[in-house]
Design a protein around this ligand. Structure first.
Ligand SMILES: N[C@@H](CCC(=O)N[C@@H](CS)C(=O)NCC(=O)O)C(=O)O
Length: 121
């Protein structure tokens, strides 16, 4: 069983979508970001950065994982799905979430092939 600590934000949705896609059982723990719950000591013990999403894998020694990209890779590996063993195939899978995390998350263009939004350098 996975404990998912999340809120209704794009980063939170990513993990909910993946858990559903993988069919892994999980419990949702809603974090009210406006209350500052994510900065409380019980939560920073799970994610020292005090942000959602985060998970705790109760079926694997209560292993905590934070950062949406790291959570996605962990869940794929744990489920044995979506992450091929072949180095080239695995790289093809990892390239897109890496692009998304490092480009979209910085407010850059969503259009592949562009490094900046139109009209900006
Ligand atoms: N790089 C992080 C970003 C996480 C993030 O920014 N989470 C936001 C909600 S989408 C949050 O928890 N904000 C509350 C805060 O910073 O106190 C990830 O991909 O998981």
């Amino acid at each position: 069983m996975i404990d998912l600590y999340t809120s209704p934000t794009p980063n939170g949705y990513k993990i909910s979508i993946l858990l559903e896609e993988l069919g892994l059982p999980y419990d949702v723990h809603a974090i009210d970001l406006s209350s500052g719950a994510q900065k409380e000591p019980w939560f920073t013990a799970i994610n020292p950065n005090g942000r959602i999403p985060a998970i705790v894998d109760r079926g694997n020694g209560d292993f905590p994982v934070f950062e949406s990209g790291a959570i996605m890779l962990y869940l794929a590996e744990r489920s044995g799905r979506l992450l091929p063993h072949d180095a080239r195939d695995k790289s093809r899978v990892i390239q897109w979430p890496t692009w998304s995390l490092l480009t979209l998350a910085n407010g850059r263009s969503a259009s592949p092939g562009r490094s900046s939004p139109p009209g900006r350098r």
